[in-house]
Every structure is written in structure tokens, then in C-alpha cells.
Design a protein around this ligand. Sequence first.
Ligand code: SF4
Ligand code: SF4
Ligand code: FES
Length: 287
Amino acid sequence: MISTIISGFAPARNPIADERLANRRRAKPDRSILVRIKRCDGPGKPSRWEEFKVTVTTGSNVISVLQSIAANPVTTSNQRTTPIVYDSGCLEEVCGSCTMVINGMARQSCSCLLDDYAPAEGDIITLEPMSKFPVVRDLWVDRERMFHNLKRVKAWVPIDGTYDLGAGPKETPASQEQHYTLATCMTCGCCLEACPQFNLEENKADWDTAFIGASTIGQVQLFNQHETGKQLKNDRLEVLMGPGGVSDCGNAQNCVKVCPKHIPLTEAIAAMGRAVVIRSVAKFFRG
Ligand code: SF4
Ligand code: SF4
Ligand code: FES
């Protein structure tokens, strides 16, 4: 906000955010809503829809709705069913584990307020598991591929912890700010769910050749800019130069629009694209 005032530019209007804010202002304090949930009993099992009527109050989030259903798992057709299975951890939009598709868009269920989505009596909200990861059960998906990709690009700082390394390298406030933003990635998967180039790959053998995705490319930029992390810079770029690397990005720019941490993913993709070209040229002339 301060930088906006200083630079004199008004922030771009976001019609979706505006609509949610308007909904929040008119939300009824106590109301019954209809929750449609796509359920699946396990890997390879068919999915089905179940509907629940749930009473919500001001400030209820999607996790609290799932907890109310667990306390009384009875559908609108009066069928007793099982509680909904979902993943969660921090409950404050930091761990990314509770990500699911809410009314057609991936986001964290812990920070999703019903006031924004279902402000009136009888409103409907739809919950589905992310489609780019294998379903474990109901709304819980297995995001292992994201962590596999982070290991492939060595998304860490290599340090020897057996002796005192002294003070770390100095960083300017500007670079610190940029690195901090990249470091807020919570491996939630929203950017991959929105990406037309990133597809569900259930066979692990295909993970190393399928598109690596925007979040991992962002982490390559973060660690390649780190004064100590850049020791592994070329190893990381080699992965981005290979099959499924940065050149597989189709520049649809969906990723940057949905990232809940506002990470400048398309800038990271462009920067790593340039780094890959420079490395390729350098390798060519070195023979
Ligand atoms: S810009 Fe690239 S990574 Fe982002 S959504 Fe488009 S294809 Fe996917
Ligand atoms: S880059 Fe953003 S959307 Fe993608 S995994 Fe990280 S936090 Fe989630
Ligand atoms: S539970 Fe950690 S982000 Fe929602």
C-alpha cells in the first residue's frame, strides 16, 4: 500500500475480490447453506456428490463447515454417511495442506470465509479435490510430486553444519524483499491446478519428464539468487533445461493470478528462461 501511494499508481481492480467483499458486507449472521462435496472412497474408486445443509455464522470458514458435517454426517436426502476426509495443518494459510477447489477455484479452505462465497440463506458452495494430484480420499490429495520436484532442483542451501561458518552474506533490503516473497511459497498447488501445461501424472516414472510447474521454477530462482545457494545453480538449471523444464511453460499466466501468496511467478519463469539460455550458450562454446 505504501509503495502504491509513493509511486502514485492505484492498485488494479480485482472483480472477484470486489464481489467477495460485497458478499461479506451483506452476509446474514446466521443462515443455512447447502454444501455440495465431491467424494471418493480411495485411489481408483469412483467419485460421487453428496449434499449437506449446514448452519453457518459470521466468520465461519470451510474447515468449520467440514467439522459441523463430521459432527452429524447426514445428507440432505437423510442418508447417514461418513465424515469428509481432508488435509490440514496450520489453519492460517501457511502450510498449504488444506488446498481444495472451492466453487471452481483452488484455494486454502482454512482461510476461505463462507461470508465471501455464500452470504445468503440457501446459498450453495461446492467443494472438490484438486484435479492435478491423485486423490487419497474425498478432499485430500497427495502432493508428493511437488516435493519430488523440489528435491530434483535441490531447493536448499548447501551448508556444512560441523563448524562455524561466520556471518552470512549481506543482502540489500530490495533483494531481501524479493527473496522473502519467493520464500513464502507453501507448496499448496494452486498454481499447478490452474496451469494448462501441468497435468495429473499418476505414474511416478513420468514425473521427471512432465512439466515441473511454476512453483518449482520460482524456488529455483530463490535458491539460485542466494549467495550460498548459488553453489548449486548449474545443477538446478540443468533440470530446467531438460524435459518438462522451463520451455514447457505455455505462458498462459494463470499461475500468477491464483497464487495466494502473490508470488511473481511469470517474472520468475522469464528470469529462469533467460538463465537457461545463457547456460546453454556457455555450454555450447565450452564444447
Ligand atoms: S505461465 Fe506457464 S506455469 Fe504459469 S500457468 Fe501458464 S503455462 Fe503454467
Ligand atoms: S507458487 Fe503460490 S500457488 Fe504455487 S505452490 Fe507456491 S504458494 Fe502455492
Ligand atoms: S491448514 Fe495450512 S494452509 Fe490451511
